[in-house]
Design a binder for this molecule. Sequence first.
Ligand code: PLP
Length: 424
Amino acid sequence: MQFENSLAFAQKLDTQDELRKYRDEFHFPKINGEDVIYFTGNSLGLQPKIAKRYIDEVMEDWKELAVEGHFHADKPWWDYHERLAGPLSRVVGANPEEISVMNTLSVNLHLLMVSFYRPTKTRFKILCEEKAFPSDQYILQSQVRFHGFENNEAIVEVKKRTGEYFWRTEDVLKKIEEIGDELALVMIGGVNYYNGQVFDMETITKTAKSVGAYVGWDLAHAVGNVELKLHDWKVDFAAWCSYKYMNSGPGNASGVYVNEKYLGESDIPRFEGWWGTKKETRFLMKPEFEPMSNADAWQISNPSVLALAPYLASLELFEEVGMESLIKKREKIVSYLEFILQEINNDTNTSFEIITPKERGCQLSVFLHGHGRPLFDYLTQNGVIADWREPNVIRLAPAPFYCSYQDMFRFGQILKEGILTKRV
Ligand SMILES: *Cc1c(COP(=O)(O)O)cnc(C)c1O
């Protein structure tokens, strides 16, 4: 499609947009009396208007039923989390039995590593991407130390090549082959938080499994953003937070995926609690742990129902829309944003550089050569909520659920103004 940098053209794209009506399903913060242009759905998704109703429902049940709410609320609390497994399985390409919702992301990665990082004297290495999200680095480092290894002997990072901003799949595969029998686990962010790159999860998983390693993906920036087929790719485990593209609310619960072949395996090492034991016999309070036959076996505590409520609300929107149409719009709106950035570059003689490779999801990371913080602050003051990363990269993620093509056009106009007035 031949794009144009004009209001009329952006309006036309909005009119043709099948997801247009969903914009009204979300609350937008306002700056200068106008809805913001929201580019940080990769950090905290906007609030779906129905979320409050789902929370109120739980509050009401608590008020009216107190403890009876566990079994007698309209949506009983004791198995409330089961309502999320179906919709989530369709977002990540898994069977519902392979999904559970519990805790938060970093905690779940630790818990899953109890099962899937079981180093021996000869097979103990973990492969990850260099400069992984800090929490992931701390997780790997502390796990390795916990098992009595040194970070520099056990953690191997795949580097980007000099002068390049992305990882090459061939370099990841080469490292896997190189480490071979010593490789215990590959754990990478499926979509990189900094440059927005989508890793070739299928190929990397296949290669890592062929050398006998476990494979886990941190899907914080991937879930609700890109196509995932965790089950078909034979991924061992994955976890994600729900407050980024999944719009479930700040710090909200994490989802996990465990491949079906580990479900019901009675001798798999795992940290266990009462919510992982069979629900039929849970309240007999027996000393023996009988694992649930699905991924709920990894649950430890009874989950916070107040947290699950807005997550369920958001998932109902995902069910209604489906990943396929979200991805279709995402590809188009990101391409339009890319086009707008090029137009502004040309119009103003700047040389902003998109460092996101063509394997991308919703996010474009832009190197602001010749500009810095003053331009970013100008954008914020004029209603653009974007994200700043040192040294001078801004991350722009036009979430397809609620961003419009007119937002992209308006952003271009504000950016242009900013460049002309904030030249350094
Ligand atoms: C956002 C993000 C996290 C956040 O972890 P929490 O445990 O939810 O605080 C972890 N890893 C990656 C890659 C992320 O992008």
